[in-house]
Ligand binder design. Structure first.
Ligand code: SF4
Length: 467
């Protein structure tokens, strides 16, 4: 794009979805090893903003040691005659999309959980300063969102400063989320959809309702409405709710129709309030995963920054791999923490009565929204560390799932042996819900394809041209 001729690397939508592996990275900003990191958008008065100004507080990229991880705060301050603070969430979520347009620059997650990697090749090409990153953000904000008349961007890498501003950002997120609570799904005739993550998960559409926050936890129903209004051709759009097909599971005719259209028929039915059957798809930047624990017929929930292993012995990363990719997988459900504060939280699966394990940190965050009679019956990593201990804990506390156990045993006993044999026989080498192939400007999607192969060769097109 000519608008980026002063940037040492390419900038464009083709770089969205680009992954940078640890061995290929120059530096990491935020991410799992850094406790404090954030990105925040603030709307300010016109005279408080110096349009185009980029400020760096702390070491710049060129001063960072190769292979190391650093704290980072990104502050985008915008002004416009019709811009108000209700749009802060919308502006903030665009940081993710815009930064991923930069060649060799990967941005994952959102808010207090950002995880950025700069690739070695782009660094060697000259992308060695936040000045360039700021310029890209500035140009994209101004060209894509004309409602923004002035914008200035600050990158904070000084650890003390990031630490100081981190609670301020957390407080801002909470204030924003609290404002969006109260409205019910039944009270609106439109929901909102987001396809920003389709670059990573082509069959994923977030359906954002008043009572089901986006998976990333960064877009409320109000943010969705504002975003669709100011940028109707952008990644966030209105969904006519349509006929209510199933109140308990949360199935709406308009949602099914829109999701089918946006996933090219890959997903054609969505149940919003359950993790079974036709659950909401999960992209990759969900804040947390609800995972079914068959041994106790209940759910565990783990958030992205949980260190160590969950009660079933698996860390967040393994559970996230089983969940992500725009698939609908029984018992693995990507979601936001804010959804846990909603009355519709896994409502069709018995909601909080089915939750058996949570990291202490998450429990503290959502404590006020857990029914009083259940809160002490949910174990944390401090109470139990394995399934046997969890069973004993639930029994001792008389958790509501215990009543389900007799039924579950009866079902297990009558399960036919053929069912297990068939499951094994059907096991493919690799299964992809939608396998996209790019060729000659066309995208070919193999739907429900099961591919058996002795060997898979992945060759880069650049190498092919050279040879
Ligand atoms: S998680 Fe959902 S709402 Fe958030 S950016 Fe991705 S698609 Fe959009």
């Amino acid at each position: 794009m000519s608008m980026f001729k002063d940037i040492p690397v390419d900038v464009g939508v083709i770089y969205e979805g680009e992954r940078i592996r640890r061995n290929d990275m120059q530096v990491e900003l935020g991410g799992p090893t850094v406790k404090e990191k954030f990105e925040l958008a603030k709307v300010r008065p016109m005279d408080a903003i110096e349009d185009g100004k980029v400020t760096i507080i702390g070491p710049d990229i060129k001063d960072m040691k190769e292979g190391d991880a650093y704290p980072l705060g990104i502050l985008v301050e915008a002004a416009g005659s019709t811009l108000d603070s209700q749009l802060e969430g919308v502006i903030e979520r665009r940081i993710h999309g815009y930064l991923n347009y930069i060649e060799g620059f990967m941005h994952l997650n959102q808010r207090y959980d950002i995880w950025i990697r700069l690739g070695k090749k782009s660094f060697q090409k000259g992308l060695n300063s936040f000045e360039y990153i700021g310029k890209v953000l500035y140009k994209l904000f101004k060209s894509e969102l004309p409602i923004i008349e002035k914008v200035q961007i600050t990158f904070i890498t000084d650890p003390d400063k990031v630490k100081e501003l981190y609670p301020v950002a957390m407080n801002d997120y909470e204030t924003r989320d609290a404002k969006a609570r109260g409205l019910k799904d039944e009270e609106v005739d439109k929901f909102y959809g987001c396809v920003l993550c389709q670059s990573f998960a082509p069959s994923h559409v977030c359906v954002i309702t008043p009572q089901r926050y986006s998976n990333c936890g960064a877009i409320s129903w109000f943010d969705g409405r504002a975003s669709a209004q100011i940028d109707p051709k952008g990644p966030v759009f209105a969904i006519e709710r349509g006929e209510l097909l199933n109140a308990e599971k949360g199935e709406f005719a308009g949602v099914n129709e829109e999701v089918k259209k946006r996933t090219l028929g890959e997903v054609n039915q969505v149940w919003l309030y359950t993790a079974f059957g036709h659950p909401h798809t999960s992209c990759g930047c969900f804040e947390a995963v609800a995972f079914y624990i068959p041994e106790v017929d209940g759910f565990g929930v783990v958030h992205r920054s949980f260190k160590g292993v969950t009660v079933n012995g698996l860390p967040f990363s393994t559970l996230a791999d089983s969940t992500a990719g725009g698939r609908q997988i029984d018992g693995f459900h990507g979601m936001s923490i804010e959804y846990m504060r909603s009355k519709k939280f896994l409502a069709a699966d018995d909601g909080w009565n089915r939750v058996v394990w949570l990291p202490k940190e998450v429990k503290e965050r959502v404590k006020d929204f857990i029914p009083a009679d259940i809160v002490d019956k949910i174990a944390t990593e401090e109470d139990v560390q394995n399934i046997d201990a969890l069973k004993a804990f639930l029994k001792e506390k008389n958790h509501p799932v215990v009543a389900r156990w007799t039924e579950a045993v009866a079902v297990e006993e009558v399960a036919p042996a053929e069912a297990q044999a068939e499951e094994g026989a059907m096991m493919p080498v690799a299964t992809a819900a939608a396998l996209p192939i790019m060729a000659g400007g066309f995208k070919i999607i193999l739907k429900d394809a099961k591919i058996y192969a002795k060997k898979v060769i992945i060759r880069s097109m650049k190498d092919e041209k050279k040879s």
